[in-house]
Design a binder for this molecule. Structure first.
Ligand SMILES: [Zn+2]
Length: 349
């Protein structure tokens, strides 16, 4: 068995490979080593014998961190694009029953326009891929901003405590490379969650409007996924519901139902969370008076990934021949035609 960077069971070696490559690009270990070297050798930065950084030093360090990660975004996008193309190919081979091989990375196009030509993406697909890649770029940008701030505060903290450069370097090391370090977690998330998202988007993009997919979770998936994703059937739609925060009545009911029952390429849970209730006063505690039931548009809805670090995936499902029994197993229609019919009436209509 191949263990992934967060030591979870993986469903596809290829995605594991992409995750590793991405994690390698943004490797907190390498970043830490390079940053330490930068701080040590830059004659304009002096962390010893003072309690604060000069404005110039603050700006120099900020720029260094930003450039470090921003310069890696184009390479990262190429890997995300590969995850998308693999998802697309797998869906194609599932629906057409053919075997496909992925061209080696050297031949992987760097830009969406080239990919669109090479793999025959439709205009709509190319647009969707472009926007998905921009979203991943935004995640990387946000994580970079967080890293800039964390680096800054680790160094400041060391100076205030008169720990000098050894203290600053030690604090940076703990933050970046230890398993409890939030930044390490954030950069892993960029590699894992986004890869799986692009893969699933690519897969769904090839499933026809009105066809069905089944959610597949790994045995070590979280409880939410085992309940809402694993062996659950969802209809694929090419016309996602509109923003319904301001809708009510029938229109809202339809949008809510679509979010619960349908999936589409690009569906995600941005702005939604799994918890059932929300705090009324954000600064207040979790006591009964300060909690309210969440609105529909605030609750997580079925999608792959379902949450950060989720590795669940969708797979084509044909209710003509397949159904799910009471023990949550996938069964073939001929095994029990009567039960199959009952299931279809109840779940597909
Ligand atoms: Zn999951």
């Amino acid at each position: 068995m191949i263990l992934t960077i967060d030591k979870k069971i993986h469903h596809l070696k290829e995605l594991d490979f992409i995750e590793r490559e991405l994690y390698g690009i943004f490797s907190p270990d390498d970043f830490y080593a390079d940053l330490r070297e930068y701080l040590r050798t830059n004659p304009d930065i002096d962390l010893d014998n003072k309690e604060y950084l000069t404005e110039f030093e603050v700006r120099s360090i900020d720029d260094y961190v930003k450039n470090y990660f921003f310069s890696r975004i184009p390479e990262a996008k190429t890997w995300y694009m590969r995850a998308y193309i693999i998802g697309r190919f797998l869906a194609e081979s599932d629906t057409a029953g053919t075997v496909v091989s992925i061209s080696p990375l050297a031949a992987m196009p760097e830009f969406v326009q080239t990919a669109a030509k090479t793999y025959g993406l439709t205009l709509q697909e190319a647009k969707m891929l472009e926007s998905a890649l921009n979203t991943t770029g935004m995640h990387i940008t946000n994580t970079t901003q967080g890293t800039v701030q964390e680096v800054q505060s680790a160094i400041s903290e060391a100076l205030i405590r008169r720990e000098g450069s050894p203290g600053a370097v030690r604090r940076l090391n703990e933050m970046l490379t230890s398993d409890i370090g939030e930044l390490n977690r954030n950069w892993k998330r960029v590699a894992i969650t986004e890869t799986n998202k692009l893969f699933n988007d690519g897969y769904i993009s090839q499933i026809a409007d009105g066809d069905y997919v089944i959610g597949i979770s790994m045995p070590d998936a979280c409880g939410h996924c085992l309940t809402d994703i694993n062996h659950k059937i969802y209809e694929v739609t090419s016309t996602p519901p509109p923003d319904y925060t301001d809708l009510d009545g029938e229109e809202r009911g339809k949008a809510e139902n679509d979010w619960e029952m349908k999936v589409w390429a690009g569906k995600n849970n941005v702005g939604r969370t799994a918890s059932r209730r929300s705090r009324i006063d954000k600064r207040g505690g979790n006591n009964a008076e300060n909690l309210r039931e969440k609105h529909h548009h605030e609750k997580s809805m079925p999608s792959c990934p379902y949450h950060p670090f989720c590795r669940c995936r969708f797979l084509q499902f044909n209710p003509k021949f397949q159904w799910i029994d009471e023990d949550n197993n996938v069964r073939l229609s001929f095994e029990d035609p009567e039960k199959h019919q009952t299931w279809v009436k109840e779940h597909i209509g």
